[in-house]
Design a protein around this ligand. Structure first.
Ligand SMILES: [Fe+2]
Ligand SMILES: [Zn+2]
Length: 429
């Protein structure tokens, strides 16, 4: 006999269960031990293993087959319930899934959504399901526990929200340019800083636009916009944008007018022979979480009421309708923050009731964003390249005099997330 357990139906159990509303099909268990159900309430089924000292609860390897779902005992109080249709659809055999390209081969639309497997067997840490057409699907229990419906997916490393005092204490170190360019551990350090704090700094970079782009491409391909692939500019007003002046600019996110704002903005001061121009950073997620604590109704309003942002100039008319606060649909945490008082456009689509509420909420949020308690100020000098998570951290600057040249570019959010998964080894959603 191989180690696949022989399946048996508990006839006594079935007769009990047939009288219940939720029909239980079969219970399978290892032939090397015997089991009994202690509770006929199907919502509270416990399968027990007989040991030399009596029955003890089994926390893995056993499953209960219900009419249209499989129930797996897990460590938590709530058992894992997986619909059969999901188990058929996610089959990872070579006929159904290409392991090389990580793409689905199976045509999900042929599934009978009510089909139950003909048999379910559990052995070692695996579940084997045989379907009516003799197709066999095998899952590792650990994979199922991690990926099946109802899994509590969260980022494997939490973001660290900060105000001015906290970030001064936890300020991430500059990572030297040569290490960053040649060593994956140093790249990982910068990526982790961006993930955790919303920014990271590479030092000792040669102060040229070309080297700034080369450095940025270590994270991923640059995302061109109508500002070009990259820029190296002074206060020459070549674009119709406040950034191209020497005026002070309050905290904001870039690209709020784009349907998908760039994920990272890269800043590198190549030259400055005057005074002022210090950079200002504010953690938008922290500001939003403070707002949520103080005024949950305002937070809800900003997450719900769409606003319009636009870039009109230089022959472009780019408009997006967005939410200022966006939550991750899986983790339910703040996912994106799009605050830009300069690019905010006509509020012509809100209801009468929402209009005044929106202004109250925006005013309360702006108070947090502009509070000196929540800001980090730093003077970037030639060689220090700042990567800012533009979906989270707001940037601004003081006014300046003298000649000041800034180089930079944008990177897409997808590229950052991909590198966080592949280089930094994070599970992020
Ligand atoms: Fe900006
Ligand atoms: Zn398959």
């Amino acid at each position: 006999m191989n180690n696949i357990c022989r399946t048996r139906v508990l006839s006594a159990l079935i007769s009990t269960l047939q009288t219940t509303k939720n029909k239980l099909g079969k219970v399978y268990f290892s032939s090397r031990s015997t089991f009994k159900l202690t509770n006929t309430n199907l919502n509270q089924i416990h399968v027990l293993r007989q040991s030399s000292t009596g029955f003890s609860a089994v926390k893995d390897q056993l499953c209960a087959q219900h009419e249209d779902y499989l129930e797996l005992p897990v460590e938590s109080a709530v058992p894992l319930k997986i619909p059969y249709v999901w188990l058929r659809d996610h089959c990872r055999c070579s006929e159904c899934y290409n392991q090389k390209t990580n793409q689905r081969l199976f045509d999900s639309f042929v599934i009978d959504v009510d089909e139950a497997p003909v048999s379910v067997e559990s052995y070692d840490d695996k579940i084997k399901l045989t379907w009516k057409d003799t197709h066999v699907t095998t899952y590792n229990l650990s994979w199922l526990k991690q990926n099946s419906p109802g899994s509590n997916l969260q980022d494997s490393v939490k973001k660290v929200l900060w105000n001015g005092e906290k970030i001064q204490k936890e300020m991430p170190d500059d990572v030297p340019y040569k290490d960053f360019m040649n060593n994956d551990e140093s790249l990982k350090e910068v990526l982790m800083n961006i993930h955790k704090y919303g920014f990271g700094i590479v030092g000792e970079c040669p102060p040229t636009e070309e080297k700034t782009v080369e450095l940025s491409e270590r994270i991923g391909h640059v995302r061109p916009t109508f500002f070009g692939k990259s820029w190296g500019f002074t206060d020459n007003e070549v674009f119709d944008d406040t950034a191209y002046t020497s005026d002070a600019i309050g905290p904001h996110n870039d690209n709020t007018y784009l349907l998908e704002a760039s994920g990272i903005q890269v800043f590198h001061i190549l030259h400055h022979d005057g005074e002022g121009g210090e950079n200002l950073l504010v953690d938008g997620f922290n500001a939003a979480s403070i707002l949520k604590l103080k005024h949950p109704d305002y937070y809800e309003a900003l997450a719900r009421i769409p606003i319009r942002a636009e870039y009109i100039g230089d022959g472009h008319e780019v408009i997006s309708i967005i939410n200022l606060i966006q939550e991750n649909k899986i983790t339910k945490e703040i996912d994106a923050f799009r605050y830009n008082p300069f690019d905010r456009a006509l509020l012509s689509h809100t209801s009468f009731e929402d209009t005044k509420l929106f202004y109250k909420a925006l005013k309360a949020l702006s108070a947090e964003i502009n509070s000196p308690l929540n800001e980090l100020r730093m003077k970037l000098t030639p060689g220090r390249v700042l990567f800012v998570d533009n979906w989270r951290v707001l940037h601004g600057r003081n006014s300046f005099n003298g000649s000041r040249v800034l180089a930079g570019c944008y990177l897409p959010k997808d590229q950052l997330n991909s590198r966080l998964r592949t280089i930094a080894g994070l599970n992020i959603y």
